[in-house]
Design a protein around this ligand. Structure first.
Ligand SMILES: [Zn+2]
Length: 144
């Protein structure tokens, strides 16, 4: 997430993660909401072991992201350990000058404060509105 060019994963990190995920994924899957202390205990144990590898948390996230998302593997432990950090990273990476289109959800750069739709959707809505206007006019003409 920090360094977008990461295309490798330290094998010790991968192995440690896999071992931990293997060991805890059943527990994680079954104590999701009920037992907060259980989860924080698991996270503490895992982070202790991961920290023993002397890799910074940023590097771990980058490497595990590469490692886990390129194959089908157990990711719940990853989210438990690094989820907060990942969301923080996403927030800082997002360009604050952009906005989400209210219609299609894509990000766009608004040209003014009142623009809530991307160019494409704005154009489509304009056409849609014009159509409705015409339809109403025709209906009025019919009645009269
Ligand atoms: Zn849109």
């Amino acid at each position: 997430m920090h360094d977008r060019t990461v295309d490798y994963c330290d094998m010790r990190l991968a192995k440690t993660y896999d071992d931990l995920a293997q060991k805890y994924h059943f527990k994680l899957a079954h104590t999701y909401d009920e037992d907060e202390t259980n989860i924080s205990y698991i996270i503490t144990v895992c982070m202790d072991q991961l920290n023993d590898l002397n890799i910074t948390v940023e590097e771990m996230i980058d490497q595990l992201t590469y490692y886990l998302f390129n194959k089908r593997s157990k990711k719940s432990l990853f989210w438990c350990c690094f989820g907060d950090k990942l969301i923080d990273n996403l927030k800082t990476n997002l360009d604050r000058s952009t906005r989400c289109c209210k219609k299609c959800g894509r990000r766009f750069k608004p040209s003014g404060n009142h623009q809530h739709y991307c160019g494409e959707c704005a154009a489509e809505m304009k056409r849609e509105k014009a159509k409705m206007r015409k339809r109403k006019q025709r209906e009025k003409a019919k009645i009269a």
